[in-house]
Design a protein around this ligand. Structure first.
Ligand SMILES: Cc1ncc(COP(=O)(O)O)c(C=O)c1O
Length: 419
């Protein structure tokens, strides 16, 4: 049946006067809000680090054909192990990281509906009541929520003023809290900072549990910046997570994955929901992956556009953090919310996130970046409104250190021990 059909007179509606407070919600979820990056309909959307380029007509047709084929047997549950897709992901990762030196078998790869789901599965397997997960702020805002969802205690340290992780600080915090999970994000969101492998090695050497390196943005890293995938052969408790959302321009398709030892994959297979990755999701991702050259060519354009944006921002008196991702953290503003609102009023949506004074812009198309630059010059013609910082957040010598950002990037509220 199609079209609207009026409800018969005797239809009863579902009660609308019951609120969350009336429900037997878990105590630790009271007062919590659902994930809420705004999705308003504005002309220029540069707020959630999406890839601005949709697939070509050829790739759309290939994905549609693969989905049609999968639909022919949609009466059956999907292949629970999806080894063909895992093999293809392994081939991509081998080529992308370490010049093909790391051999990744399908059994070393696991995939789910976005790297969000991968991360939650990892915390289900390795976190839990009485256990601790630890990371370093400012970083991706969802991690504490995976910890909350899995009843894992959350501890967060801080990144340095240049957004790197100080090894002594990391080692001290890990020794103190003995986390079963450490999450390192490289390149980091929202700062764009890639971690040197020495930092990852130092954390691996001291961490008593698993170490996850979230490489959601790794394909955008600058030449010569290594991936933690190269450390996998020597480190059995290392897990590298990736996503097709960014470089593959596949955020709507929802496909994230990890690379690790077979034992880690086996652990995740214990907690995953049966048939979590639908036949349609598997087929579409496989087709998109088979045509990766098109998306990856765009990655080169986006890297150049990112570098140009950083140069332009600095030339116009703004601070801009170095970035190995498809976004740029810039500022610094006395009242960043009013600058963010000013851009939105001009049809440009970016993200109000990161340390005080900074804003984050995702790299869009050439036209979108031109619109961003024009709007920014209108809302903040003078550039920096706070003591200038050079490059990666480091304050200029002699600048006023009283703003409190001279030796650490996170505000005190970002730090501490959570549930
Ligand atoms: C650091 C980081 N990790 C993971 C994700 C989640 O990506 P997805 O669930 O789309 O794979 C994001 C998304 O923005 C991110 O910034």
């Amino acid at each position: 049946m199609t079209g609207p059909h009026p409800a018969p007179a005797e239809t009863a509606s579902v009660p609308a006067d019951i609120s969350l407070a009336d429900l037997p919600l878990r105590e630790d979820l009271r007062g919590e809000q659902p994930y809420g990056a705004p999705q308003p309909d504005v002309p220029v959307r540069l707020n959630v680090n999406e890839n601005p380029y949709p697939p070509s007509a050829t790739v759309i047709a290939e994905i549609a054909a693969a989905v049609a084929e999968a639909t022919a047997s949609i009466n059956r549950y999907p292949d629970r192990e999806f080894l063909a897709l895992r093999a293809e992901l392994g081939r991509f990762l081998t080529a992308d990281s370490g010049g093909g030196l790391v051999r990744l078998e399908p059994e070393n790869i696991w995939a789910a509906n976005g790297s969000n789901e991968i991360m939650q599965q990892l915390l289900q397997a390795f976190g839990g009541p009485g256990r601790t997960a630890l990371s370093f702020a400012p970083t991706y805002s969802m991690y504490p929520e995976y910890a909350r969802n899995t009843h894992t205690r959350w501890v967060v340290g801080h990144r340095a003023a240049d957004f790197s992780i100080d090894t002594a600080h990391a080692v001290g915090l890990i020794s103190q809290h003995r986390p079963s999970v450490v999450i390192l994000t490289s390149p980091n969101n929202p700062t764009g900072t890639a971690l040197p492998l020495e930092t990852v090695r130092a954390v691996l050497a001291i961490a008593p549990g698993v170490v996850i390196v979230d490489e959601a943005y790794a394909e955008f890293r600058r030449d010569g910046v290594p991936s933690a995938v190269s450390l996998l052969p020597a480190h059995p408790r290392l897990i590298v997570t990736r996503t097709m959302s960014k470089a593959f321009a596949y955020a709507g398709g929802r496909l994230g994955y990890l690379a690790a030892t077979r034992a880690v994959v086996d652990a995740v297979r214990i907690v995953r929901l049966p048939y979590h990755l639908s036949a349609v999701a598997q087929a579409a991702a496989h087709a998109a992956l088979s045509h990766r050259s098109e998306a990856l060519a765009r990655v080169q354009d986006l890297r150049s556009a990112r570098d140009d944006t950083i140069t332009w921002l600095r030339e116009h008196g703004f601070s801009a953090a170095d970035s190995d991702a498809n976004f740029v953290l810039f500022g610094r503003f006395r009242d960043r919310h009013s600058r963010w609102q000013g851009l939105l009023d001009r049809g440009v949506l970016i993200r109000e996130t990161g340390p005080d004074g900074w804003l984050r812009v995702s790299v869009g198309t050439t036209a979108e970046m031109a619109a961003f630059r024009a709007a920014l010059l209108q809302v903040a013609p003078g550039g920096n409104e706070l003591p200038a910082v050079r490059d990666n957040g480091r304050q200029d010598a002699g600048a006023d250190a009283a703003s409190g950002s001279a030796d650490r990037a996170a505000s005190p509220a970002d730090e501490g021990v959570g549930r």
